[in-house]
Design a protein around this ligand. Structure first.
Ligand SMILES: [Zn+2]
Length: 252
């Protein structure tokens, strides 16, 4: 029988995953432990109401048994993650991005699942692809459906999970998202000088050409794009040292 892992709280402050897990557990009690397992990745960060304790858990795989808290945790999680046929990792984001499925592998099996899901966006993460939780999975999908503040984040996350459960015959037939998926290759990070802010017209998935001013430093100096890119999971307050990621459309 197929074994699927629903992983939540890789980031301890992304609470959509808690609601999602509660709803899935209540709706499909018969498959819990019989095809579907649910796991909390960073319980300590969750209890501390923080993204992480020492280091971002989603950047420290495969971990280190002698490292900091998250490195130890990643080392514990790795064999668990890799023992499943499919791992679904639930995130949420306050970047204004939504409707995103992230993968770190783009093999035939993964492509087939993505085609069936037909989500709005797929990001193929080529930035430190081996450091994320899903990188240890045979097939791993991270859901980044939106903000914790939007009810649609939970609804859309559940829709995606239900489709994957139905594809694996754990539950009855479910409809896909039904989008013509836009695929992006994430090839870089865009640095954020301390205190700098994005220009207000910068939007996720709207391309920024080389030479365009897209942000200002703390003292108001312009910051220009050094290359053409599509901003993804981009915002002034998402990450400490980067605005977010640089992507290009992926054709195949
Ligand atoms: Zn996250």
């Amino acid at each position: 029988m197929v074994k699927i892992l629903l992983n939540i709280l890789t980031h301890g402050d992304e609470l959509a995953g808690v609601k999602v897990a509660d709803i899935i557990r209540a709706r499909y009690p018969e498959i819990i432990g019989h095809g579907l397992d649910i796991q909390i990745a960073n319980e300590r960060a969750f209890r501390s109401k923080k993204r992480y304790i020492d280091k971002d858990l989603n950047r420290v795989f495969p971990g280190n048994p002698a490292g900091c808290y998250e490195e130890i945790r990643a080392n514990e999680l790795k064999p668990i993650i890799s023992s499943y046929d499919l791992v679904i990792d639930i995130h949420s984001t306050e970047s204004g991005s939504s409707d995103i499925v992230i993968v770190t592998k783009f093999d035939l099996n993964t492509k087939e699942i993505l085609r069936a899901l037909s989500s709005k966006y797929v990001l193929f993460m080529n930035i430190q692809p081996d450091r994320s939780l899903i990188s240890c999975a045979r097939v791993g999908l991270a859901f980044e459906m939106g903000s914790d503040k939007d009810e649609s984040t939970v609804t859309n996350t559940i829709k995606g999970i239900e489709l994957l459960l139905s594809q694996n015959d754990l539950i009855g037939h479910k409809e896909s998202f039904g989008f013509e998926t836009k695929y992006f290759d994430v090839f870089g990070q865009v640095g954020k000088p301390f205190g700098s802010r994005l220009e207000s017209d910068i939007k996720n998935f709207v391309p920024i050409p080389k030479g365009q001013m897209f942000a200002r430093t703390a003292d108001g100096s312009p910051i220009f794009a050094e290359f053409d890119f599509y901003p993804v999971i981009f915002g002034s307050d998402n990450y400490e040292t980067i605005f977010g990621f640089a992507a290009r459309p992926l054709t195949f």
